[in-house]
Structures are given as C-alpha cells and as structure tokens.
Design a protein around this ligand. Structure first.
Ligand SMILES: Cc1cc2nc3c(=O)[nH]c(=O)nc-3n(C[C@H](O)[C@H](O)[C@H](O)COP(=O)(O)OP(=O)(O)OC[C@H]3O[C@@H](n4cnc5c(N)ncnc54)[C@H](O)[C@@H]3O)c2cc1C
Length: 365
C-alpha cells in the first residue's frame, strides 16, 4: 500500500480486511458484505445508457470505499462484458443461463437473488430503466433488505459506511436524503440522466467470471408469448410536437390527435397519459422517455413536472393549454392558454383547418 493509499481511510480499512477475506478470484465468499454491484442491462444489443451512467458514480464510490466495482450481466456477448470493464467494472459476473435470455423479470429476480446471497455485495445499484423499476424492488423484497428508488445523487456516510441517497420528490420541490441503516445490501435505483455516462477506457483491466444460477421454467409465473417491435417514432427530430397529458383523458384524446394532425406535428404524451392508456409508451416525452427539440411544442392538459420538462428543454416555442394557470408549464410557456381544453381545442383545430381550406367538422366525442 502506498502512503497515498494510507491517507484514504476506506482503502486502508479495505486492505486490512482483504487479508481476512475468503476470496475466489475476485468474488467475495466471506460472510461480510462487501463490493459495489451494478446490474448491467442490455437494450437493443447495447449497454443501456442508464447502466453506463451508474458506472460513473459507482466507480467514484468504489474508489472512496476501497471496494471493487462489480457488474452483473445476464445474457449478451463477451464484448458486452469487456465493455463493462472499459466503463469501470473490476469484475463482471456473467451468466448466460438460457432462461435469462428472456426478459421475464421474475427469472432475473431469482438469479440475481442467488448471486447476492452467495457473493454478498455491500451496495447494489440499478440504472432507472423500466425493467429495473420492476426488478429492483422485487429483489429487495426477496432479500428482505431496504430499497430506495429514483435516486438523483449518491454519497457516502464515512462514519457508518452507508450510502446516502438523494431523491427529488413533489415534482422536484423537496430533496430528501435517505439511508438503509439496518440491512445489506443497500439497494438503490438511480434516475436516468442523474449522472453523465462513465468514460470508456478500452485499456482498463478487469476480470470476467462465469457464474452459475439455478433456474427452471417453474420459477416464472408469467410466460412470454410474443415479442413485437414497438412502433418506430422519430419524435426526437420532429419539427412540431403536440403532447397530451393526464388531464386530456381518453374521452378527449381525439382532440389532441386532431390538433397534431392539423398542425402537421407528431403526437406525444406524458407519463400520466401513457399510464392512462391514451398513448403508447414509445411516444412518452420526458426524463424516462424521448427528448424532443421541436420548433413548436404544444402541451395540452399536462402540468409540466420537472420529469416532463427534462424532455422538452430543447423546444424553441412552447404553448401550454391548461385550466390551471399555476401549472408549472404555464409559467414556462411562450403562449399560455388558460381554460378547458375541451373548449379551446375544437376552435383552434377549426381555424387551422379553415386556413388549410379543409371543412371537416371537429368531432367533439
Ligand atoms: C423516475 C420517473 C421518471 C419519470 N419520467 C417521466 C417522463 O419521462 N415523462 C413524463 O411526462 N413524466 C415522467 N414522470 C412523471 C412525472 O413526475 C409526472 O407525474 C407526470 O409528468 C405528470 O403527468 P401529467 O402532466 O400528464 O399529469 P398531471 O400532473 O396530473 O397534470 C394534469 C394537468 O392537466 C390539467 N387539466 C386537467 N383537466 C383539464 C382540462 N379539462 N383542460 C385543461 N387542463 C386540464 C390539470 O390542471 C393538470 O395541470 C416520471 C416520474 C418518475 C418518478
């Protein structure tokens, strides 16, 4: 250990533990919880950006704690495991169990649970993807440990060796800091976009370890019947975007569709509208959806939460339609139309159509 290492209390602590630890390669087989794990997710054949973002922070925490940063990868190719090392993993625990090639989250929960029980990571981090939002709490429940969702920052409590997790709540109005004091591993899911992606260093050294998990078909109550490609939408490059929110509802959704058509724009929705079944998730705009940069963005019946604003920061002209003049998007908008969308939209669509020389009646229902 260099004198510089001795100055780092975490590293010094870890070095003294090292000699007492039972290790198999670089995996922890002792009784103490140690190392930082990152669940590595593949999307469309690539490491998900959310995974790459988490590595940036995991590396920083690992260096502070004197802990190894280890990635868990299910499926994929050896090149993915090598990429994880290039992004900062010291070790990649890699399983290619045939059952893990399906996206069924119950199987991933079983497999990850077995690995955690065997190799006991101190901290387990997930990037905030849709799959991880499902997997991480299931895993924490299985392990009877604590789970903190939607982290926007991660720090360490030096004295207690605890992960301090910052979350933004009430639409960003309040920041809270939480710790999982009593249980291990400390499981947290990081909101997408909270950290920049880790740098890729193809000369980094690391180890890829094939790990065994015991799974069979009966471990999943769901069955994968069919996989369909989602509709290819080029929202990111649309010149005009008309976005509907939860306030539109299914009963008035046709009005947002008609407005998008009359303006020659792409239709989009908030997370609230997706959850209400008004629009496909492939058209969600915001933090967990697409980032748009149109010349004209029209937001109808949506509040304009910080999560949604994350997706529209690049829009040039903003128009908001809302019956609540205090809604956050109304303050941001270049043109804020206060009123009931069921009254405002039909006359707007009518005048657009008249200008285009069209005479179709605007359907009110
Ligand atoms: C990790 C995470 C990621 C997220 N990612 C996203 C994301 O990508 N995109 C996203 O949008 N959200 C995202 N969210 C959710 C976000 O925080 C908000 O909950 C969501 O944006 C609210 O959707 P909304 O504006 O449609 O609904 P609401 O906030 O409920 O707003 C509805 C609005 O409609 C107005 N209204 C109702 N009726 C009428 C009417 N008749 N006429 C006019 N106005 C009316 C109301 O005044 C209100 O302002 C995320 C949340 C989390 C935790």
């Amino acid at each position: 250990m260099s004198s510089q290492d001795m100055d780092n209390p975490w590293l010094a602590w870890a070095m003294t533990q090292e000699s007492q630890m039972t290790v198999s390669g670089t995996l922890n087989t002792g009784n103490e919880y140690r190392n930082i794990w990152v669940y590595a997710e593949l999307r469309a054949g690539f490491l998900a950006p959310e995974t790459r973002q988490v590595f940036n922070k995991a590396r920083e925490l690992g260096d502070l704690l004197g802990a190894r940063v280890q990635a868990v990868l299910f499926g994929g190719e050896e090149s993915h495991a090598k990429d994880l090392i290039a992004y900062g993993a010291d070790t990649v625990l890699w399983s290619q169990h045939a059952q893990l090639l399906s996206p069924l989250v119950e199987l991933a929960t079983q497999a990850l649970g077995q690995l955690v029980e065997t190799y006991k990571p101190e901290i387990l981090l997930f990037g905030g993807t849709r799959l991880a939002e499902d997997l991480a709490p299931r895993l924490a429940a299985r392990l009877a440990t604590g789970y903190i969702a939607d982290a926007t920052d991660l720090e360490l409590d030096d004295a207690e060796r605890l992960l301090r997790v910052t979350r933004s709540t009430f639409g960003g109005k309040i920041q809270t800091v939480s710790v999982i004091a009593e249980r291990k591993p400390q499981v947290a899911l990081v909101r997408g976009g909270s950290f920049r992606e880790a740098d890729y260093d193809r000369f980094r050294a690391g180890e890829i370890v094939a790990v065994d998990v015991q799974l069979d078909e009966t471990d999943a109550t769901a069955r994968l019947l069919e996989t369909r490609a989602s509709e290819g939408v080029d929202l990111e490059n649309a010149r005009i975007v008309v976005c509907g929110g939860k306030g539109v509802g299914k009963e008035n959704w046709h009005l947002v569709e008609q407005l998008a058509e009359a303006l020659g724009g792409e239709l989009a929705g908030t997370k609230g509208a997706v959850a209400a079944g008004c629009i496909d998730a492939s058209r969600q705009v915001g933090l967990a959806g697409k980032k748009v940069k149109p010349e004209l963005y029209v937001g109808v019946g949506l509040s304009g939460s910080l999560d949604h604003q994350d997706g529209i920061a690049g829009a040039r002209t903003l128009v908001a339609v809302n019956k609540d003049r205090e809604a956050p998007l109304m303050a941001l908008a270049d043109y804020a139309l206060v009123g009931d969308l069921a009254e405002i939209l039909p006359s707007w669509i009518k005048s657009l159509r008249e200008r285009q020389g069209k005479r179709e009646p605007v359907a009110t229902r």
